[in-house]
Write a protein that binds this ligand. Structure first.
Ligand code: ZN
Ligand code: ZN
Length: 259
């Protein structure tokens, strides 16, 4: 059943309802009545559109033709903010604030981004059937942490896209799983980063059936923080090698922050 795979946003709606009753305090400085105050939000730096593969400036984050030489590539890369100061602090301190507070902050950040950056009116999204796939976490890490921030980013992004009423977006969270635990990218030397990604993800049974029914125009792989892009690249290769997609399907990497 296709519906089995699509998150009804009930869980998120419940989170938001519960979080409504939590006291608001700026996650950074503690100022009352706001989740992220104006002064702290002012420290956020929007990321200029860039090519995922060479880091050079790229219109709408479109991968340069000469960077598409690898057999499997993302067509676009959208990253909202630089991963520094205030964002680093929020992600490092999430344990003390809890999931609900982090969801509220992510929602505020994405709304802020959508307001100042017209990526939502960008032709790429218009009249498209969009499939959002959060980068899955290994089940041990998920158990340890209790929730996936990539999934929260995907669900909030879906809501923002749905509000525009010119595209359809669904979140698929379990057609692919992470089967190999990897070290945090920061702890791995650069030349090891790509080799440690081999065999990281595996498709679930029935994934092709689900994908075939959706007639997807745009696949958006969603991550919270992207550093080298090696993890997302590995997920992309698993999805492209293991599944048949319509020939017009384009692949986008979307991340809340770029480190
Ligand atoms: Zn503040
Ligand atoms: Zn490039």
């Amino acid at each position: 059943m296709v519906l089995d795979y699509i998150i009804t946003s009930g869980a998120l709606a419940l989170e938001l309802l519960i979080s409504f009753f939590l006291p608001f305090r700026c996650v950074r400085c503690g100022k009352e009545d706001v989740q992220l105050c104006m002064e702290c939000a002012d420290e956020l730096i929007f990321t200029a559109p860039e090519c995922l593969y060479c880091g050079g400036t790229a219109h709408h984050g479109k991968t340069h033709p000469y960077c598409k030489q690898r057999a499997m590539h993302f067509d676009f890369f959208i990253s909202c903010f630089r991963y520094h100061a205030v964002l680093k602090y929020i992600f490092r301190e999430y344990k003390y604030h809890g999931e609900r507070v982090l969801i509220r902050v992510i929602r505020q950040l994405l709304q802020e981004y959508a307001q100042y950056n017209p990526f939502l009116s960008f032709e790429l999204f218009r009249n498209k059937n969009i499939l959002l796939i959060p980068v899955p976490m290994h089940r041990n890490k998920l158990r340890e942490r209790g929730y996936s921030s990539s999934q929260s980013v995907a669900e909030i992004l879906q809501k923002i896209l749905q509000q525009t009423e010119y595209c359809r977006a669904s979140v698929l969270h379990n057609i692919v799983v992470k089967v190999k635990q990897t070290k945090a990218q920061a702890q791995v030397k650069k030349f090891q980063r790509f080799t440690q990604q081999l065999g990281v993800f595996a498709l679930q049974d029935g994934a092709q059936k689900v994908v075939s029914k959706l007639n997807v125009d745009l696949v958006v792989i969603v991550d919270d923080v992207v550093s080298t892009g090696a993890t997302a690249q590995s997920l992309l290769e698993t999805l492209k090698k293991g599944l048949h997609w319509p020939s017009h399907t384009q692949f986008v990497l979307f991340s809340l922050a770029r480190s």
